[in-house]
Design a protein around this ligand. Structure first.
Ligand SMILES: Cc1cc2nc3c(=O)[nH]c(=O)nc-3n(C[C@H](O)[C@H](O)[C@H](O)COP(=O)(O)OP(=O)(O)OC[C@H]3O[C@@H](n4cnc5c(N)ncnc54)[C@H](O)[C@@H]3O)c2cc1C
Length: 446
């Protein structure tokens, strides 16, 4: 050992090596996916949160506040936060990029949680470990908050060429990633022709937002006198929610631009020849925003926690969870927050897959975990929901929808009340900006 040591060390390095032998001799610490990373800190429980969007960042803040001795680790694949809310307005420059794209280190440092930019790749739940592209991370409680995945397989099976072509040529930007930039440049460079938008079947992320997107792109077409039309292929029998408000916007503001086709469930997509077959007929397009069905993010599938339809035994596509306490039915150490959550009630199915609900459930789950750790009884809490949608760019006018929830005393089921604000007004624009600023302040700490 001594001899080899001596021989491998060049004489000029000797002094430095003696002073700091580890610097001169130690091999770099190469991490593999099997390495255990992030040794535990402190004595409190460790909660690992997978996905740092609206829900995950909220849960991180409130866990640290409610349990100051806890260690909270947030795992997020993106370097920065991209907001879905306001992103339609950003597409046509009503807000700038700094508004929807934010720093994530500021809230992590302000609230005192660890943020690791990494890809979650799987779980070993029997050992309470998360697998990531950087290595294995231990947890006491796990929160899955990875949002949604695009189920292109529903259209193309395992035809990866068609999936890749669709994703890269007709991006829908419903997941926070580089597609948002691609879609913005598509809208800016749109020279005319028929732009098709396919809407996913319910449940899907932010039900009113595809219609808002159609209105704002139509406004851009109208303002810039582009010879273009928008064809909305909607699987639902009618526009929903805010049915009347959107219908009036389409008819009064964009009668020559927007055509809404109901009952147009997609049957076949040929992205190479720009053709779509639906239950309401066949359509050709010049350009498109193609939204396949939505499902819970890959991480819920990797955790083997996707629900099964009791009648058919087929995967529901969404988390298999307790509808009032938000943990997995088969593993109460694992919680779900945000759009990947499963059904809540036989009356309305899923909570609206919105940033508002993700933020609300993030707080509720933080409270639930804090109560459990303190040995207290867990209070089952309900969220509410609120969405503002811009339908006119000049003057700026919005419509909105509110959902309230309560427990029905007779059946014990959660029931939903929906309040549509169909009359478009500038006042709702003011309320919308007050809403988003209060939410960003809540979980981004700005
Ligand atoms: C165009 C548009 C308009 C919208 N408008 C509104 C609105 O006005 N009001 C409203 O309330 N909601 C709106 N929404 C919906 C809102 O964006 C979502 O409901 C909300 O983001 C859900 O929060 P979440 O935390 O579940 O998911 P997200 O915010 O998507 O966060 C999930 C995070 O998990 C990360 N992630 C996923 N998988 C992995 C992995 N394997 N490893 C590491 N990280 C991973 C993702 O990168 C992402 O950052 C809109 C959405 C869109 C697309």
């Amino acid at each position: 050992m001594q001899r080899r040591h001596f021989l491998t060390r060049p004489p000029v390095m000797a002094a430095a090596a003696i002073a700091a032998p580890s610097l001169a001799l130690a091999a770099p610490a190469i991490l593999t996916p099997q390495s255990r990373i992030l040794p535990r800190q402190g004595k409190g429980p460790r909660i690992v949160i997978c996905g740092g969007g609206w829900g995950g960042m909220t849960a991180a803040r409130y866990l640290r506040e409610l349990m100051p001795t806890s260690e909270v680790v947030l795992l997020e694949r993106n370097a920065t936060f991209w907001s879905g809310p306001m992103s339609n307005k950003w597409l046509i420059d009503i807000v700038n990029t700094d508004f929807v794209n934010r720093d994530m280190l500021h809230p992590a440092n302000k609230y005192g949680y660890t943020l690791l930019q990494t890809e979650v790749t799987g779980f070993e739940r029997d050992q309470k470990l998360v697998r990531t592209s950087h290595g294995l991370i231990e947890y006491d409680f796990l929160i899955l908050s990875g949002g949604i995945r695009n189920d292109y397989e529903a259209w193309f099976g395992n035809d990866q060429r068609a999936i890749e072509y669709t994703r890269t040529h007709f991006p829908n930007a419903y997941i926070p990633n580089q597609e948002m930039l691609s879609l913005k440049s598509k809208v800016k460079n749109f020279k005319g022709g028929t732009l098709v938008m396919t809407l996913p079947p319910p449940p899907h992320r932010c039900p009113p937002s595809p219609y808002e997107r159609a209105c704002l792109i139509a406004w851009h077409i109208k303002k810039n006198k582009i010879p273009g039309k928008i064809l909305i292929l909607d699987p639902k029998p009618k526009i929903a929610p805010i049915s009347m408000g959107y219908q009036q916007a389409f008819e009064e503001l964009y009668p020559d631009i927007i055509t809404h086709v109901p009952n147009a469930r997609v049957q076949e997509v040929d992205p190479f020849n720009k053709k779509i077959k639906t239950a309401a007929g066949e359509f050709k397009f010049d350009d498109a925003i193609l939204m396949p069905p939505h499902q819970a993010a890959d991480m819920v599938w990797q955790a083997d926690l996707i629900g099964k339809d009791p009648a058919t035994g087929k995967p529901t596509g969404w988390a298999d969870m307790h509808n009032r306490l938000y943990h997995a039915k088969t593993d109460d150490r694992v919680y779900f927050v945000g759009d990947l959550m499963g059904a809540i009630s036989p009356q309305f199915g899923h909570y609206p897959k919105s940033g508002h609900v993700a933020n609300y459930i993030g707080k509720i789950v933080a409270k639930n975990i804090a109560q459990r750790v303190a040995g207290k009884e867990v209070t089952p809490l309900l969220p509410d929901n609120l969405c503002y949608m811009m339908v006119n760019g000049d003057p700026q006018e919005e419509i909105s929808v509110k959902f309230e929830y309560e427990v029905d005393a007779a059946s014990g089921n959660v029931i939903q009340h929906q309040i549509d604000m169909d009359v478009r007004t500038p006042d709702l624009v003011k309320e919308d900006f007050a809403w988003i600023n209060s939410k960003f302040s809540d979980f981004l700490g700005v």
